[in-house]
Design a binder for this molecule. Structure first.
Ligand code: ATR
Length: 276
């Protein structure tokens, strides 16, 4: 019998996860199928029970369930616990174990763009939601100590920085302050929904003060080129789009489920093809 995998979320219809995982199963000759399941928040508990009853081997978790799923799991891996969110679940003979591959997926995808070692960079993260938490704590866990954070709602930025369990010299600042001090940063990362379809004309920060050679990174991949990345390109800065994080988090999940490494380049080309 083929093994079943999937993603639960709401909305989920436009997810590209089934396409990249099913292609990887086929390419690696693994007898398995990955589906997309629309799960309303009030049905989350029932969905988890159903997953157990059906023996689904593993699944991804996306908006809005990444935090709310935690109480329904049997075990949560340390990184996911620190981040406070789960995006990947492994069904280990009936025991559901939660992981978070978002932060590591992001950092893996960034590495090929870096011009110096990861810890030598000074980072600015824009946003203080789940994705910002995953990226911030993963960078801090890898030894990065200079990670400043700004957010529309400053209190949320303060909380995220203060909750960090790793040693760091980071600050929370306002977006205006960040804009004025932008030349201090080597890597500037947008984790907010500003620029995300359908708000494609929005931009979370002006890049006027960004220094030459800095990396402008956006975790949004729809559209691939956000208004922020467009400005970065026009200014001749290094552009890092959200496709990398999406495929690396998927590849790390795939490895947790199957023990095999999928072909990242194949995954990337499927996403680029679908997004035109
Ligand atoms: P995710 O899990 O994708 O990180 P989230 O937890 O809902 O999503 O967090 C969304 C982040 O995007 C928050 O930092 C939010 O800012 P607030 O804390 O002020 O709400 C930010 N955000 C969303 N829409 C935004 C917009 N139009 N402009 C600027 N920031 C925005």
């Amino acid at each position: 019998m083929e093994n079943l995998y999937g993603v639960i979320g709401c909305p989920i219809a436009h997810s590209m996860s089934p396409a990249i995982h099913n292609d990887a199963f086929k390419n690696l000759k693994i007898d398995a199928h990955y589906g997309a399941f629309h799960v309303e928040p009030e049905n989350l508990k029932a969905a988890i029970e159903g997953i157990k009853a059906l023996g689904i081997k593993g699944f991804n978790v996306t908006i809005p369930h990444k935090i709310d799923i935690i109480p329904f799991l049997d075990e949560v891996h340390k990184t996911a616990e620190i981040i406070g969110a789960v995006n990947t679940v492994v069904n280990d003979n009936g025991k559901l174990i939660g992981y978070n591959t978002d932060g590591n997926g992001y950092v893996e995808s960034l590495k090929s763009n870096l011009t110096k070692s990861l810890t030598a960079n000074r980072f600015l993260i824009i946003g203080a939601g789940g994705a910002a938490r995953a990226i911030y704590y993963t960078l801090a866990s890898e030894g990065c100590t200079q990670i400043d954070l700004c957010n529309r709602t400053v209190e949320k930025a303060e909380k995220l920085v203060n909750d960090c369990p790793f040693e760091h010299e980071s600050r929370f600042i306002t977006i205006r302050q960040a804009e004025q001090e932008l030349e201090e940063y080597d890597v500037i990362i947008n984790t907010t929904a500003s620029g995300l379809h359908p708000n494609v004309n929005e931009q979370p920060i002006s890049l006027k003060m960004a220094k030459e050679g800095s990396i402008i990174s956006d975790i949004i991949y729809n559209p691939i080129e956000t208004a922020l990345l467009k400005e970065a390109k026009e200014r001749g800065l290094i552009v890092h789009n959200g496709v990398g994080m999406f495929v690396y988090q998927a590849a790390l999940a795939f490895k947790l489920w199957t023990g095999e490494e999928p072909d990242i380049k194949r995954m990337e080309s499927i996403v680029y093809e679908k997004l035109g």
